[in-house]
Design a protein around this ligand. Structure first.
Ligand code: ATP
Ligand code: MG
Length: 576
């Protein structure tokens, strides 16, 4: 039993001004965390209890899946990162520094290099595979925009696991096992989540899923099919080719130039020329490390930069600035078109559906109409490079896609041989032949998961923790500390609950009842046992459920049993 009067859980009434989302606000107000610097926090006792519970669930499920716990250092020598090539590729999120001898190091944002180095030193034979290692460790990423408290910090706890298999088939099996383990983990935390298909980047591991907690405040946009299991991050969501549009007019011999003074946007041009946005061929110029590329797509759609980047195989990509657009097209932006454009042109499938459309003339205040893709310009390919939209047809079935927002709490990724190749992690197969180890990696943000749970479970009064990750299961609350008999009885109940394996907070603070009630609600303890003066006089106490708000008046002798049963019930709700 923990006594609130001696416990550091400094609740506040004020809403912190820089906290934009509920979880950040409530973690501060409930006295769970305090900020030390941007994206860097101290965890107070109750906050740490929550994180430890999240970790315990993760640990149990990792162990159940056959992974073994290790612990790697936060400080990593640059050599390992240079060997993998990421010292240069990772960019500014990697915090680099030197020791007193001038040797370069970084703070680990992720540990593929360190673990692969470990494994290449220890694993030499197929008999030692498969192997799955995980750690729960302090990561550092110098995020450009740390925000939302623990949701996007710079220093944060992550569970990261790395699997090593002899071949792709083994790796696929391990991936499935980890996917299952992740599903169990988030179910045990009482979260409403979805595993969505995720982008694997240009280097392309073979598959990847992000585990998304559904919440309006989520930073990720996802789509899910109403008709089947398909869910994907919008970065990844596939857009199958569409039906051909009805031509606005029969296609004549060649494009015609029309004057469009000051009309640059799709809406402006569409209204001015009286041509539907779907028949405008929107043209975007990108600069990439692989050179300039023009992307054309129907004016009713938006480009998906991730898809373009993957198609081009680029490390980076950015929309060309005004100066670059003028250099390439000879016109200001807003008048770019693919006809006669001196850069490679990549067309979205939606352009393939246009029989005859309009586009920029690469000349100020002018557009071309009666433009026929394939005749008037020749894209190097038709590909899927647009953003998915609400209501789009599902790429897997005939259903339609719905959009929602999610918080990425976990990520599973098939790495293939990316790191075993660059770091030469090999083994000898049964025939004595040297083979590359096939890897996977699997992350969960511990603090972000706790924050995501709050986003899903709160009301105007505070947090409503799922019991599996609540800092306490029950708050025992005597309303008047001056009433010795009442306090004694409440204390006995709190003590007995502790003996029966229930985590009880005894609110022995000499505060007004209203303050105690508010704090219990704010901190979000799932059950509250109130010892009020009138009830106590009549031999009763009151049990209140934080989530439903239901209260039960119970004879004092039955309170402990009743609370135990209620806790049991709630724990059941959090079993996978
Ligand atoms: P994001 O796109 O949100 O930056 P990421 O793709 O960089 O995430 P991973 O590298 O896959 O994330 O990291 C694994 C997990 O670590 C994520 O699923 C998330 O739960 C957590 N995580 C990543 N970055 C942060 C952060 N800045 N603060 C807290 N948790 C984080
Ligand atoms: Mg990131």
């Amino acid at each position: 039993m923990i006594r609130y009067s001696r416990y550091l859980m400094p609740t506040t009434k004020e809403t912190p001004s820089d906290a934009e989302v509920a979880s950040h606000r409530l973690m501060l107000r409930a006295g769970l965390i305090r900020k030390v610097a941007s994206g860097i926090y101290s965890y107070l006792p109750a906050g740490l209890r929550v994180l430890r519970k999240v970790e315990a669930i993760i640990r149990e499920e990792m162990d159940r899946a056959g992974a073994q716990e290790v612990l790697m250092p936060a400080v990593i020598p640059a050599e390992l990162w240079k060997e993998s090539g990421r010292w240069d590729a990772y960019g500014k999120e990697l915090l680099r520094f030197r020791d007193r001898a001038g040797r370069e190091f970084c703070l680990g944002p992720t540990h593929e290099e360190v673990i692969t180095d470990l494994v290449r030193g220890e694993v030499h034979s197929y008999r030692q595979l498969p192997l799955n290692l995980y750690q729960i460790q302090d990561k550092f990423r110098d995020e450009i925009r740390p925000r939302f408290g623990l949701m996007r910090g710079r220093e944060f706890f992550m569970k990261d696991a790395y699997s090593f298999d002899a071949d792709e088939e083994g790796a696929a099996g391990t991936y499935r096992k980890m996917y299952e383990a992740y599903s169990r983990i988030f179910r045990r935390m009482g979260l409403d989540f979805r595993a969505v298909e995720a982008d694997t980047g240009a280097i392309g591991g073979s598959s990847s899923h992000e585990f998304m907690v559904i919440a309006d405040s989520g930073e990720d946009a996802i789509v899910s099919c109403g008709g089947c299991e398909y869910s994907a991050n919008v970065e990844k969501a596939e857009c199958p080719p569409e039906d051909r549009d009805i031509p606005s007019s029969p296609a004549p011999g060649s494009p015609r130039k029309v004057s469009t003074p000051g009309k640059r946007t799709i809406d402006e041009v569409s209204a001015f020329l009286n041509i539907a946005p779907g028949l405008l061929i929107k043209t975007l110029l990108f600069e990439t490390d692989k050179g300039d590329v023009a992307v054309v797509l129907s004016g009713k759609h938006e480009v998906n930069e991730t898809k373009v980047k993957n198609y081009v195989g680029a490390e980076w990509l950015k929309l060309a600035g005004e100066d670059r657009v003028r250099e390439i097209t000879g016109a200001p932006s807003g008048y770019t078109g693919p006809v006669g454009l001196p850069v490679r042109v990549l067309a979205d499938h939606s352009v393939g559906a246009i029989v005859s459309g309009a586009t920029g003339a690469n000349e100020q205040d002018a557009h071309l109409v009666d433009v026929v893709p394939g005749r008037d310009f020749q894209p190097e390919a038709y590909a899927d490079v647009r953003l998915v939209e609400e209501g789009d047809r599902c790429p897997r079935c005939t259903g339609n896609l719905r959009s929602s927002r999610g918080i990425e709490v976990g990520h599973v990724f098939r790495l293939g041989t990316k790191y075993s190749r660059s770091l030469s992690a090999t083994y000898l197969d049964a025939g004595g032949k040297e083979q590359l180890i096939v890897m996977g990696c699997y992350g969960i943000g511990v603090g972000r998961t706790a924050a995501a749970a709050i986003e899903q479970h709160h009301d105007q009064d505070g947090i409503r923790w799922p019991i599996s990750i609540a800092p306490f299961e029950v708050c025992v609350l005597p309303v008047n500390m001056k009433n010795a008999g009442l306090v004694e009885e409440a204390k006995r109940v709190a003590g007995e609950l502790s003996v029966r394996g229930i985590e009880a907070l005894f609110d022995d603070r000499d505060e007004r009842p209203g303050i105690k009630f508010k704090d219990a609600d704010l901190v979000g303890i799932p059950l509250r046992v109130t010892f009020g003066e009138k009830n106590y006089g009549a031999g009763y106490a009151e049990i209140r459920d934080r989530t439903t708000g239901e209260t039960d008046r119970v004879g004092i002798s039955a309170v402990v049993d009743r609370v135990c049963a209620a806790v049991e019930e709630k724990r059941k709700e959090c079993t996978p």
